[in-house]
Design a protein around this ligand. Structure first.
Ligand SMILES: [Zn+2]
Length: 339
């Protein structure tokens, strides 16, 4: 279990007086999620491209942290979704390498137990990212089917039924996207993808990287709050083109985590130079680059989920989204059940 607080010396030690790790702090999470929504291209449905949708997703971007403390079971199950502890050799906590992870958390846990660890100790941010994207993709698939069926329906009662379900799906999309956006944002904090998550720890340290147990909270919370604004992010993301990786969500997630991982040493170098103090230009530039990377990836993952949803299937009996949109299939039974 990862706790950010006063440790008992070793990096793996159980914390006393633990405090939660918040990824980017309230401000960082809110503006990352909100700015990403404001940058969605016109191909996305109009209900997502409103200031109100951006505001709601921005606020929900904090929900993964806000709901911490709900209870022991809740925390034990959800807290490890906020991070993944990579060793310097890119293995996950001494288990499989990040680019060779099994497809499910159950299989990941089995692999971790084989090296005397568990998914709960290693963190499963990788799986949180993919699971949330898959949820968004099927949300979008349902929305496409409902919107098409609503437009095609000639019976007013049935048209109203489709419209009501579409509106419910829009609420779900805002919720699911907003909640998941938290984890997309967490990922670009290098301290969320490394065993060196709060000080370098009990590892070879020829460059004398800090063992301060305040670096995590100081960098992600106070420093970001005081040095990164919505405008900084909006300006920065304009320079990052939408990226279609032409790959699977699993491959894209590996790339995304490794992009953050390669910033672990630069972060510690900056800390050695005293960069994470008010007014330091290098520290500010680093924080903006990392948070803007989250904005761009969130934008791109939403676009990816949307385009991919056109070839998804929904309901039972299963129907193809494409067949419904082409008017070849009546989705009513698939959507509302035949029982
Ligand atoms: Zn988090």
């Amino acid at each position: 279990m990862r706790k950010i607080g006063l440790t008992l010396g070793l990096v793996l030690a159980t914390a006393v007086a633990p405090q939660a790790a918040f990824g980017w702090g309230a401000t960082g999470h809110r503006i990352i999620s909100e700015v990403a929504m404001a940058t969605l291209p016109a191909e996305l449905p109009a209900f997502l491209r409103t200031p109100d949708a951006a505001r709601m997703v921005g606020e929900l971007g904090r929900e993964g942290d806000r709901s911490k403390g709900a209870g022991r079971l809740h925390g034990a199950e959800r807290d490890p979704g906020h991070y993944i502890d990579l060793y310097d050799d890119q293995t996950v906590f001494g288990g499989p390498k990040i680019d060779n992870l099994p497809p499910t958390r159950e299989e990941f846990d089995t692999a971790m137990r084989a090296v005397g660890q568990s998914q709960y100790k290693a963190g499963y941010l990788y799986y949180e990212l993919i699971e949330g994207w898959l949820q968004l993709r099927i949300d979008f698939a349902y929305w496409r089917v409902l919107a098409a069926a609503e437009a095609a329906a000639t019976d007013p009662a049935r048209k109203a039924e489709y419209a009501a379900d579409r509106k419910l799906r829009e609420m779900l999309i805002v919720r699911d996207l907003g909640y998941w956006s938290h984890f997309v944002a967490d990922t670009t904090n290098p301290l969320h993808v490394s065993i060196h998550f709060n000080g370098w720890g009990n590892f070879p340290n020829p460059n004398n990287y800090t063992n301060s147990n305040t670096i995590h909270a100081r960098f992600e919370g106070e420093f970001v709050r005081n040095n990164v604004t919505s405008k900084d992010l909006a300006d920065a993301v304009k320079t990052i083109a939408v990226r279609d990786c032409a790959c699977t969500i699993e491959q894209r997630t590996v790339q995304y985590i490794l992009d953050s991982f390669k910033n672990v040493v630069p972060l510690y170098e900056l800390e050695n130079k005293g960069a994470f103090v008010p007014g330091n230009a290098a520290g500010k530039a680093f924080a903006i680059e990392r948070t803007a990377a989250a904005v761009a990836e969130l934008r791109d993952l939403v676009v990816f989920a949307w385009t991919s949803s056109a070839t998804a299937t929904v309901g039972y009996p299963i129907v193809n989204v494409a067949d419904v949109m082409a008017g070849k299939v009546d989705p009513y039974v698939a959507l509302f059940g035949a029982d």
